[in-house]
Design a protein around this ligand. Structure first.
Ligand code: UVW
Length: 315
């Protein structure tokens, strides 16, 4: 959106070509390709209790909205229709005005984030996942490639990193989660790096979501999160998705002041690794459940950049 584009600094001109992707030159599904029947059967083994956790917020006008994003929900007519028939039926519908894929609990599709190579505004050199150029697919009426409908459904093993337990407090804006922090959390939670298999997902609880609906200005002002060091670790582990209780999952501002949303540009654009933002882990943490099955399918709005919806965790 124009609102978010305004916040992204010019990229480094030294960016190197990152395509074709390992899933083929035409691929649009990125790291969701990891979710094969074999992966699902392996993941099922993690369901031991049958307990289901909602990992998302409600969508409401009081939620923090980044930049100039909007969300309003109205019931036209209130009630919208009726009464009909001798049975006097009435009904309600809703009318939502929103950047619907990019507000609240939000899943980023691969058409969301790209990198401007070449000259500013040159859409042939504005490259997204798998080298897809904005000139070939960016369209006012929906993306013609890399829309969120191309993403395969997720059913995979999720690992939660509780940074509040590591720090003993909520993390602060601009505070980076390092690989040493990830290792400290794993040790504290009786987990190990060897638990991570290709196609798994990793999630970060920073405590930032405690500001949700209470101090939206602070929530939007920046955030704690992973930086490029952890992003490279995620790539090394060959994971399919990152997620967190913040609006970007990555540290903002980046400690390197010359960078803007560099983790988005690395994981999503170069590796097709998805990102799930504004998640809620309080119930999992209360139950000391750090490993679970993550289940989510983006709403297949053809040509959309992202998706609302509530993922679930199953233990
Ligand atoms: C941007 O749109 C820049 O960030 P996010 O994906 O976190 O909403």
């Amino acid at each position: 959106t124009p609102a978010q584009a305004d916040t992204i600094s010019p990229p480094k001109l030294s960016e190197k070509k990152w395509w074709p992707s390992k899933w083929g030159a035409d691929d649009q599904a990125g790291a969701s390709n990891h979710i094969t029947p074999a992966k699902v059967l392996d993941t099922v083994k993690w369901i031991k209790e049958g307990k289901v956790y909602k990992l998302g917020h409600n969508y409401e006008s009081t939620m923090p909205l980044f930049g100039k994003r909007v969300f309003t929900l109205r019931i036209p007519g209130s009630p919208t229709g009726g009464p009909f028939g001798d049975n006097r039926l009435v009904y309600h519908d809703e009318f939502v005005t929103a950047e619907i894929g990019q507000v609240g609990t939000q899943f980023d599709g691969l058409g969301h984030i790209g990198i401007q190579l070449g000259a500013d505004g040159d859409k042939k050199e504005m490259r997204f996942y798998n080298g897809h150029a904005a000139a070939d697919f960016s369209d006012t009426y929906g993306l013609k490639k890399l829309g969120v409908e191309n993403c395969k459904p997720f059913f995979t093993r999720g690992h939660l990193i509780d940074m509040v337990a590591v720090r003993g407090r909520m993390m602060e804006a601009g505070e980076e989660i390092t690989v040493a922090d990830v290792r400290a959390a794993l040790q504290k939670q009786n987990m190990s790096e060897a638990d991570f298999k290709p196609g798994d997902a990793i999630f970060f609880h920073t405590g930032w979501s405690s500001l949700w609906g209470k101090n939206n200005d602070k929530f939007n002002s920046g955030e704690p999160g992973m930086g490029l060091e952890v992003a490279n670790w995620v790539i090394e582990k060959d994971l399919c998705l990152t997620g967190g209780d913040t609006w970007a999952v990555e540290v903002v501002p980046n400690p390197d002041k010359t960078l803007a949303f560099a983790v988005h540009g690395t994981l999503q654009t170069k590796y097709g690794i998805y990102n799930h933002e504004n998640l809620v882990f309080d119930d999992l943490i209360a139950d000391k459940k750090y490993q679970f099955v993550y289940v989510f399918t983006p709403v297949p709005m053809a040509g959309a950049t992202g998706s609302p919806g509530v993922p679930i965790g199953i233990t």
